[in-house]
Design a protein. Structure first.
Length: 138
């Protein structure tokens, strides 16, 4: 059994956005030389997310609208968390979208269902944040 670690850094210029990181994760698998195993991908910040879904613009637009309806950014006075920062909504959005994903690796490739892709979700952008990729297997 072997393991491999890689970190990605993102700086999304908008407050909220989604970045398809499937290619970056597959590249890390190739670098790891793991042929059979598992790949963990997780956001290393409490206002960002990693999730799996379809890479379709309408869906991403729907996500943004839905998340903003569930946890609107303003008025920031509605949140007890907001003091020095104005990102309480981003914490809630991250909780909904999730912290991490685990994907099987089969024959050196991400073992996905139809249309599945891995995304980094940003909910309090305009600064650098990390994503951890951890691969274990043979």
């Amino acid at each position: 059994m072997q393991s491999y670690k890689k970190e990605l850094t993102f700086n999304v210029p908008q407050r909220m956005g989604f970045v398809n990181i499937t290619g970056d994760v597959q590249k890390a698998i190739e670098e790891s030389k793991v042929n059979e195993g598992f790949c963990l991908v997780n956001a290393m910040h409490i206002t960002a997310s990693v999730f799996i879904n379809d890479d379709e613009g309408g869906l991403h637009s729907d996500y943004m609208k839905w998340l903003e309806e569930l946890a609107p950014h303003e008025p920031i006075s509605r949140y007890a968390h907001n003091g020095a920062e104005d990102n309480a909504d981003a914490h809630l959005k991250r909780q909904i979208m999730g912290r991490e994903v685990v994907v099987a690796i089969t024959e050196g490739k991400l073992d996905f269902g139809p249309w599945e892709q891995i995304f980094y979700g940003e909910f309090d952008g305009r600064r650098s944040k990390r994503v951890l990729i951890k691969i274990i297997g043979e």
